[in-house]
Design a protein around this ligand. Structure first.
Ligand code: SAM
Length: 213
């Protein structure tokens, strides 16, 4: 698992690209600049690791585009020690970004192949999520709720109610909502039954699917 001078240079260029597209949060940019994205990808895509693009990973899934990862993370407004739930562990790259920013991370993945692979891989890089779960993100993680933030990294046809109810008051849910195209949506919990909603334009994700696989 090599991280060379060349990789570091390419990573700095990626940080500049993401910054030029509007990401301002220095902590997010620092995390992108530090995490060796090439190690999260299949070897056939190694040469493309630092392009600002999504790429295929195992089980017909994708590692999200770095700009998208940065955009969603910025919307979460993470503070060190925040308790964050991620839906869609996938390659573990977004999980690593959250860990790097000092969050206590809980992450759920419905594809067993990815769950097993990423559970082994992340600790090797020194990223220790509080809990990686093989399960269905539609139902969240009630036993660990409430969360300061919840991030959904797959396209949700609707907003799952359990995720809204597992937010702290003041907590933030970042979720791409839609079928073929998704609208990045932020919910801020203002009270037991009050949520503020903001929308941030179109994105494209693999779908949030039901149950486990
Ligand atoms: N965060 C990931 C990363 O950095 O690589 C992004 C992975 S991909 C865009 C979305 C992931 O969500 C896939 O791994 C997919 O299997 C997972 N997924 C889809 N539906 C799910 C569900 N109901 N519960 C948990 N994970 C789900």
């Amino acid at each position: 698992m090599k991280d060379t001078f060349k990789h570091k240079g390419l990573r700095q260029q990626l940080v500049n690209t993401v910054k030029s597209k509007g990401i301002k949060d220095e902590k997010v940019l620092k995390a992108i600049g530090k995490i060796p994205r090439h190690l999260f990808m299949d070897s056939s895509f190694l040469d493309h690791s630092y392009q600002d693009k999504a790429f295929p990973i195992a089980a017909d899934q994708t590692i999200s585009q770095p700009f998208t990862v940065a955009f969603q993370t910025e919307l979460l407004q993470i503070k060190p020690n925040d308790k964050i739930l991620e839906i869609g562990t996938g390659s573990g790259y977004q999980t690593a970004v959250l860990c790097e920013m000092g969050a206590r991370v809980y992450s759920i993945e419905r594809q067993n192949e990815l769950f097993k692979k990423t559970s082994k891989f992340l600790p090797k890089l020194g990223y220790r999520a509080k809990k990686l779960v093989f399960g269905d993100g539609y139902i969240g993680l009630k036993e660990e709720a409430p969360f300061d933030g919840i991030i959904v990294t797959a396209g949700a046809p609707f907003v799952p109610k359990p995720l809204l109810s597992q937010l702290k008051i003041g907590g933030r849910l970042v979720i791409p909502v839609g079928d073929d195209v998704q609208i990045m949506t932020l919910f801020i919990r203002k009270g037991p039954k009050e949520f503020e909603q903001h929308e941030y334009g179109e994105f494209r994700f693999v779908p949030l699917l039901g149950d486990k696989n």
